[in-house]
Design a protein around this ligand. Structure first.
Ligand code: GTP
Length: 255
């Protein structure tokens, strides 16, 4: 049966045996989710709500590492578009992720949970340097981890940082929390007939340029058998559902 408008494409429902039991996840948050209803920066209510949800996930026994973008403060790509040197713009983007990471750490700590910020750039007065084995140890001790400064290299996005760190810490999945509730055939804000995918293969996502993540990040996940779940992090409760393996958003995996 061909899908109709607003249908979900792919598996209608995954049965119990196909549910996704994650023990350790890498959550990629776009910086934009911190903006809330504003246009720029960090909205206090929004970051507090997010922190409460992250703590709920941590307390459910899931080992949680987070990579956060910086687009709510500075976008490397926009800087480049306005004539900046790409490397300089990307370094500014990395510093923006550092600001978001510190804000998230602060919001989590104020609600009583333990969290460590680990930076790919050496800013040791602010955050621990990235040492893979130490990061894993923090997770084993039940601390929430926030990876700041992307990969520490220009020309790589925070999506790629998320994929890389997910591989390094041997996460079970990358959870991509965005403002959209999954991957669509077209931009649902522009095309009302756009349909959401329930499941998708990496090959399909790459060949159709569906914008799950950039191609470098997607290829890394595909080549290392790392599933990606795209879900709406702005709707309260979705994060725990996605991380608990409930069918929300779009699951991208090998066929
Ligand atoms: P354990 O060794 O498992 O006990 O981990 P821990 O993080 O509790 O202990 P540690 O003594 O390594 O760190 C204590 C505090 O200092 C934590 O809040 C760390 O995040 C922080 N910290 C550790 N190393 C650095 C660093 O190089 N720079 C900064 N800014 N903070 C650091």
């Amino acid at each position: 049966m061909s899908p109709t408008s607003n249908d979900v494409i792919g598996n209608e429902q995954l049965n119990k045996s196909e549910q996704r039991p994650y023990k350790r996840v890498l959550l990629k948050l776009s910086g934009e989710v911190l903006v809330g209803d504003g246009a720029f920066g960090i909205d206090t209510d929004t970051i507090n709500r997010l922190a409460a949800e992250l703590i709920e996930v941590q307390q459910s026994g899931i080992e949680l590492a987070i990579v956060i973008g910086g687009g709510n403060i500075f976008r490397g790509m926009s800087g480049t578009a306005s004539g900046m040197d790409r490397a300089s713009a990307d370094y500014m983007g990395m510093l923006a992720t550092m600001m978001n990471s510190i804000a998230l750490q602060d919001a989590i700590e104020r609600q009583g949970a333990t969290v460590r910020v680990i930076s790919a750039l050496h800013i040791k007065e602010i955050a621990e340097p990235y040492i893979r084995r130490r990061a894993v140890r923090h997770l084993e001790k039940g601390r929430i981890l926030v990876f700041a400064a992307g990969t520490g290299n220009p020309y790589f996005t925070t999506d790629t940082a998320a994929s890389l760190r997910a591989m390094e810490i041997q996460a079970d999945a990358v959870l991509k929390g965005t403002k959209v509730d999954g991957v669509y055939t077209a931009d649902p804000k522009i095309d009302p007939s756009a349909q959401r995918y329930d499941t998708l293969t990496f090959t399909e996502a790459l060949s159709k340029r569906l914008g799950v993540m950039d191609a470098t990040a997607m290829s890394l996940c595909r080549d290392n058998h790392m599933p990606i779940v795209v879900f709406d992090v702005t709707t309260p409760g979705q994060m725990l559902k996605a991380i608990s393996g409930e069918v929300v958003g779009t699951l991208v995996q090998e066929s």
